[in-house]
Design a protein around this ligand. Structure first.
Ligand code: MSP
Length: 510
């Protein structure tokens, strides 16, 4: 079965910030893990290019919206490559294939009888592209997310009959595991219980978008357009894209990974739209928390973003990935503090994992002729039980998308191996000729543990994992199942080792 995972399609009002990098890195890690587990994975990412927010951004820059979108979209694409994101499909909502899918989808929903014309009155946040509550009806009210004034709208719009799907949506959101984490699930369940209201799916006074085919002056509401990007991504390379082709490519999505602010769109509106078009709703939705900086949500509109380009250039992919995946509980908010970032990278990656590898390969090279010691006379498997137990837990965590727990588990294992090494002191034993066999066993066991650590880091830190493998003499066989290579004892005795070099440099405090 195909595993389809998606990032949100990012607004192109600006280049990626660390929040968008965070979402994309989590997806990348989950996609990599599923691939390693032998699944066929389609990893969809891309950009949301239409709507008032983008139209205004382009006009402030004094350039046509399509030119603005080309510029920012290509930055997203390039950035994801620089971050080593293993996406298979990059969808732009301004593409022709996407437009065709939106039309076909609209026609299906219309045929079901779920579209009608009405008047939409209310307060709108252009940043969220969403109508908001404004109990005081005050033009001074700010959007709690973007801290910008809401705008009053009173216009003729097309509406989608969301209310008709009340029962079905209740059943979907109540399904165990459909929405994670639990707190978010409860929020959505209680929102749905209050009764679903129809929502408008077109706008007038908006030129930058997909025109509604049978309603002049109407443009599709950006969400009715963008959500379909997940479907059109599956028909991206077709000459003649269609819903049927996307379905046969594997729809529905296995996992939409998004931020908590856009959960309603994904967990309520989207499944109802899909049901109306006779399509299956996604299997799972995870709403992660916000990345804050000094306690405040990081966002383009708020002007407090951390430039991910600078982080990547200065600290490298492994350091940032590790901090974001290991230190932030998926689902909770996380604060980016420079000191903590440096501490974590130095302690975990440089001191614990990097140093364990470096000192062990150095000893092995020095004492055993630049190779892995031969323990064929004494196959004592000291650490294998510890390793087996840890791998089982790791698989369990990853299957539940608990990346932070999986990362911490690998780290704790590395801490235990360091302890084992320190307690056994092979550097003292080597001085005594009679202890040579004992030394060989210790070194072999530690090298084998590091091999396992490297493999388990593969979906989390692919670059570092590769560096570890190189230092062990290239043992990982990409063409063979990863899971089988987690078996204890596969480091070949006598395997040649390259000259030890540190795989990660310590970061400096500024
Ligand atoms: N275009 C819509 C999504 C359409 S999906 C069919 C959108 N785009 S966005 O660029 O504003 O946000 C994309 C994602 O980034 C959202 O999931 C949002 O929650 C996430 N983040 C935006 N700021 C963030 C942080 N500071 N921290 C973590 N994630 C953040 O919404």
């Amino acid at each position: 079965m195909t595993y389809i995972i998606t990032t949100p399609l990012y607004y192109v009002n600006d280049k990626p910030h660390l929040g968008s990098v965070y979402t994309t890195l989590i997806c990348d890690s989950i996609a990599r893990y599923n691939r390693l587990m032998g699944k066929e994975v389609i990893f969809i990412t891309g950009v949301d290019e239409h709507g008032l927010k983008i139209q205004r951004t382009a006009s402030q820059k004094g350039i046509p919206p399509d030119q603005h979108c080309d510029e920012i979209s290509s930055i997203f694409y390039k950035n994801w490559k620089q971050w080593n994101i293993s996406f298979s499909s990059f969808i732009r909502t301004s593409s022709i294939n996407h437009k065709k899918i939106v039309y076909e989808f609209y026609n299906r929903v219309k045929k079901t009888g779920d579209i009608y014309i009405g008047i939409q009155k209310g307060w709108y946040c252009v940043g969220c592209e969403e109508f908001k509550d404004n109990p005081d009806n005050s033009p001074e009210t700010l959007c709690p997310i973007h801290r910008k004034k809401l705008e009053y709208k009173n216009e003729e719009n097309l509406f989608f009959r969301l209310s008709k799907y009340q029962k079905q949506i209740e059943n979907i959101v109540n399904k165990e595991g459909f929405i994670e984490p639990k707190e978010r699930r409860n929020e959505i369940i209680s929102f749905v219980k209050k009764g679903l209201k129809d929502f408008s799916i077109s706008r007038t006074n908006l030129t930058w978008g997909i025109p509604v085919p049978d309603k002049s002056d109407h443009t599709f509401y950006v969400w009715f357009d963008a959500l379909l990007g997940y479907v059109s991504a599956l028909s991206l390379n077709e000459d003649d894209p269609s819903l049927t082709k996307s379905i046969s490519s594997g729809w529905p999505a296995s996992l939409h990974l998004i931020g908590k602010d856009i959960l309603r769109f994904h967990a309520i509106y989207w499944p109802a739209m899909l049901l109306s078009a006779g399509m299956a709703p996604p299997t799972k939705i995870i709403g992660h928390g916000f990345l804050t900086r000094e306690g405040q949500k990081m966002g383009k509109s708020l002007g407090n973003v951390l430039d991910p380009d600078l982080l990547l250039e200065k600290y490298g992919e492994d350091a940032v990935r590790w901090f974001l995946l290991k230190d932030i509980l998926l689902g909770s908010d996380g604060d980016f503090q420079h000191k903590r970032f440096v501490d974590i990278v130095n302690n975990d990656l440089a001191n614990t994992i990097g140093n364990l590898l470096n000192r062990t390969t150095s000893m092995s090279c020095k004492w055993f002729n630049k190779s892995v010691p031969d323990i064929s006379n004494n196959k004592e498997v000291i650490l294998s039980e510890l390793s087996k137990k840890m791998i089982k837990e790791y698989i369990n965590y990853f299957n539940n998308n608990q990346l932070d727990l999986a990362s911490n588990l690998v780290l704790n294992y590395a801490i235990k191996i360091n302890l084992y090494l320190n307690e056994n002191e092979p550097w003292s034993l080597i001085k005594n000729d009679e202890s040579i066999d004992e030394v060989k066993i210790i070194i072999y066991n530690v090298l084998e543990s590091i091999r396992i650590i490297g493999l388990l880091l593969n979906p989390l830190l692919p670059n570092l994992s590769n560096k570890i493998d190189n230092q062990l003499g290239k043992l990982y066989k990409k063409d063979q199942p990863w899971i089988n290579q987690l078996e204890w004892g596969l480091t070949p005795e006598g395997n040649e080792l390259p000259s030890p070099i540190p795989i990660i440099t310590k970061l400096e405090y500024e």
